[in-house]
Design a protein around this ligand. Sequence first.
Ligand code: AHR
Length: 495
Amino acid sequence: QKGNTVVDIKSNENAPVINKNIYGHFAEHLGRCIYGGFFVGDTSKIPNTNGVRNDIIDALKKLKVPNLRWPGGCFADTYHWKDGIGPKENRPTIVNQWWGGVTEDNSFGTHDFLNLCEALGAEPYLAGNLATGTVQEMADWVQYVNFAGKSPMSDLRVKNGRKEPWKVKIWGVGNEAWGCGGNMTPEYYAGEYRKYATFMSDWTNSGGLMRVASGANSEDYNWTETVMKNIPGSMLGGVALHHYSVIDWGKKGDAVDFSEEIYFKTMQQALKMEELVTKHSAIMDKYDPKKKIALVVDEWGGWYEVEKGSNPGFLYQQNTMRDAVLAGATLNIFNNHAERVRMANLAQCVNVLQAVILTDKTKMILTPTYYVMQMYNVHQDAKLLPLTINSPLYTFNGQNLPALSASASKDKNGLVHISLVNIDTKNSNSVEINLDELGVKSVTGTIIASPKLQDHNTFDNPTKIQITAFKGFENKKGKLQVVIPPFSVVTLEGK
Ligand code: AHR
């Protein structure tokens, strides 16, 4: 065990609120995320509501999913929403050109998705097709889902069985325009964005749409600079950023069978998020000093080789303690940057990449990442408590990473939550927290931990990793001494 680290947490009236949308999820038409994941069809023997699995709905409700991004990803820039409305037997097919080349029947469309969001109590985040669609098509989609009065699109919506508009506020204007979304230059994209955004009107009359520009790939700072320079702030609600924790795109490594060296590299990539959001935020500050525009990290997570024997285009991977630690450390970064990072979407929700839920026919399991998202949902819409932490080092092969990360908040009921992550594989790390300064008298805790870093839940052993009570702390005269075990994620609640 390593020596004491002081986590200095200060209440600050001017600190931002941690936007609940940081805890958003992402559901793309990719592999078994939608078809064979969320959506099994209403004739399935798996209990479902309008074709969507009830067990998934229940699990995601417990998670308090604040927003869900759909239908992509790369798929979004191939998707024509009008093919997914009206009687299902009349819908044309679509070939999913990015993900496995499979033919989809469009049986999961706009109504299915927006009704799912209503069932979850989550805000929909619709990603519009800028690359292969038209301005008219995007404007029509906005009118179809948001316009309450009489119009060609709202009449069509009513004809398709939905009288009241859904009032969708969050809209992506294309996706990864630098790559699968059209291989555009940032200058060209900014021009396209301005054109599309002009016709995406606020049919809800409820404070405006939040239009999100397709953002940078990891450290492409020029992308953010160009987009911020060329798009008027009044047209921008958010600028996206995508960053995956990949060790090598050519050799991503197994999701379960990995060495400590690979783990270390994954964590290097994950912790890079701190530098990325700091630098992208600094660029945004130049053009938007009042921080009106959000940095939206709408794709993040670990990306490994697909499970052996599974379709390479389906991106199905298992989820271990490595992913739990990765998620906790990333969420700490987002919380601490709450002033600018006001939305994020873990990729992806079901059966794809760093999923919170995996399914196999009738079975469903919750992954270690699910439990981290659950432990952290106490920070949603709570006031950030800024902190400093002088972390000890986690050393591997002569290279160092900060072993500990933390974030803290105070919720509307006055409860204080402190989340701590120790990425060190061998050493426990102890921290000291001054409770008196926080006005906290008593503390309880929860933890995600397991004997091996490679441990994970399986369909045969679905509860190997779960949230358990954490007792590794002692209150010594107003100073809380906490011992955080190796590769674990802890949340403390103080009142
Ligand atoms: O999440 C998988 C893919 O990763 C998305 O479709 C794309 O936007 C990104 O490259």
